[in-house]
Design a protein around this ligand. Structure first.
Ligand code: SF4
Length: 458
């Protein structure tokens, strides 16, 4: 577009697109007062090219990066490449997402000019407006930057708006994501970044707003609807009890809006079920409306001690009950477990392995993870997860039988690397950027073990 004032260059990576789509959608509601062109850069070369073009044309340029903690080293390396190969004048580099929120100082020292802290929509639209118009962006709500002597300066807290205020994905560009129906989480699992990133309460998108998203999807010829939520059966509820009436209203509305041939996926990736929410009534409700026969149940451990220590809010017994019920009602449960959580010794790990075997015998598949001490979580300073040899051998056997899947072995290495980076960060971070192998966390929506099925469903 000739004559635009701002080049908005978004680093666009598979597995991390949902958050980016939400930001682009927010710009549809609150666009900058001057014209801009959006570039989705699928490689670092593309970022460099777009930055160079914008600078050479005399335009303002804003680059935007969002990444999880395991990806932070790779993103840092990319930014360094962009910085060393493109002119810096008029270019602002902004980082957001869960890692930047948890580690703003580290992120800024790694080379970004500003970070967006917490949920990004309102922060993003005000930041874009400032850069696009050449206004000072330092100190804006929801942002942080370094002052002249390298001190971290944070702006006031950003305004949080209702989920309904912004579309779930851009409506004017052909970019689609699962529909975020709930944000924030009242549970406080100590390994999870969700409560601190968003809020410790549920905020739900209304059924009317969900319908609107479905209508747009149907207009694009899409027939499958999926949802983003920390806990599917909490939709419409303010507390621990499921509000099945609200869930039914949501599912029925999606069905009606999709029309014949439409398929609703609920309680499967990227939304899971807490085991204590699984009941005959809930499962029959799902059977009535959903297309998926696989459901994901968050178990995390087979040890009552580890579950209690992690703040999960349920014990091990309820996990087996949930699996039994799900199988009886015609579903195939996929059960998430995390090995190596704090408080897990060999005995507790073997309790989880034993539970895994029993669940597999019932008909479940186990999605195994290794604990990673993620920034921002209460367990950020805990040692990285490691499996005892007996548990490792047992898991290997279950994996060859197809009863266990997942990135638990790879995550063991990543967890150790994260802890290594953390110990560097505890002092002053200098030296060359380190590349961590990208990998998912156990509870984040863009999980690489699943993501190929649904990401970019457009
Ligand atoms: S693991 Fe799930 S239930 Fe626990 S805090 Fe995170 S999002 Fe909430």
């Amino acid at each position: 577009m000739p004559g635009h004032a701002l080049d908005l260059v978004v680093r666009y990576r598979k597995g991390q697109t949902y958050g980016v789509h939400a930001l682009i959608a927010a710009l549809e509601v609150e666009p900058p007062s001057v014209s801009y062109e959006l570039h989705l850069a699928r490689s670092v070369e593309e970022v460099r090219e777009r930055v160079r073009e914008g600078v050479e044309a005399g335009r303002r340029v804003l680059t935007v990066w969002s990444f999880y903690s395991p990806d932070a080293g790779a993103a840092e390396q990319e930014l360094a490449e962009v910085r060393t190969t493109t002119p810096g004048d008029g270019v602002v580099h902004l980082a957001g997402g869960v890692h930047a929120t948890a580690e703003p100082l580290v992120t800024l020292r790694a080379g970004w000019d500003a970070v967006a802290i917490g949920e990004g929509e309102r922060t993003f639209t005000t930041f874009v407006e400032a850069v696009a118009t050449g206004t000072d962006w330092r100190g804006l709500p929801g942002t942080a930057h370094l002052d002249g002597d390298g001190t971290l300066v944070k702006g006031p807290r950003a305004e949080r708006r209702d989920l309904d205020h912004y579309p779930a994905f851009p409506h004017t560009r052909n970019l689609t994501s699962p529909i975020e129906i709930t944000r924030g989480c009242i549970y406080a699992c100590k390994f999870c970044q969700t409560p601190f990133m968003f809020s410790a309460r549920f905020r739900h998108r209304s059924v009317a707003s969900v319908r609107e998203q479905v209508r747009v999807m149907r207009g694009r010829g899409l027939r499958d609807v999926r949802f983003i939520t920390p806990t599917s059966l909490s939709y419409g509820s303010p507390d621990e009890s499921p509000a099945l009436d609200a869930v039914e209203e949501l599912l029925a509305a999606c069905h009606e809006e999709l029309g014949p041939g439409g398929r609703v996926f609920f309680g499967s990736f990227p939304s899971e079920l807490r085991p204590e929410h699984v009941s005959v009534e809930a499962l029959r409700l799902l059977r009535k409306y959903v297309a998926n026969r696989d459901v994901i149940i968050g178990a995390q451990s087979g040890s009552d001690e580890v579950l209690a220590g992690s703040g999960r809010g349920h014990g091990a017994g309820v996990i087996e009950d949930a699996v039994r019920l799900a199988v009886a009602e015609g579903f195939r449960p996929n059960v998430d477990v995390i090995f190596g959580m704090p408080g897990e010794g060999t005995r507790q790990a073997l309790e989880t392995v034993a539970m895994t075997t029993r669940l597999a015998d019932l008909g479940a598949r186990i999605h195994a993870h290794t604990f990673m001490p993620l920034p921002g979580t209460p367990w950020r300073n805990e040692p990285p997860g490691r499996l005892p040899d007996e548990a490792r051998r047992a898991l290997a056997v279950l994996t060859t039988r197809g009863e266990v899947y997942g990135s638990w072995e790879r995550q063991e290495g990543i967890a150790a690397e994260l802890a290594g980076v953390r110990s560097v960060d505890a002092g002053h971070r200098t030296g060359r950027p380190r590349r961590l192998r990208p990998a998912p966390t156990a509870s984040q929506a863009d999980d690489a073990d699943h993501v190929d099925h649904v990401d970019d469903a457009r």
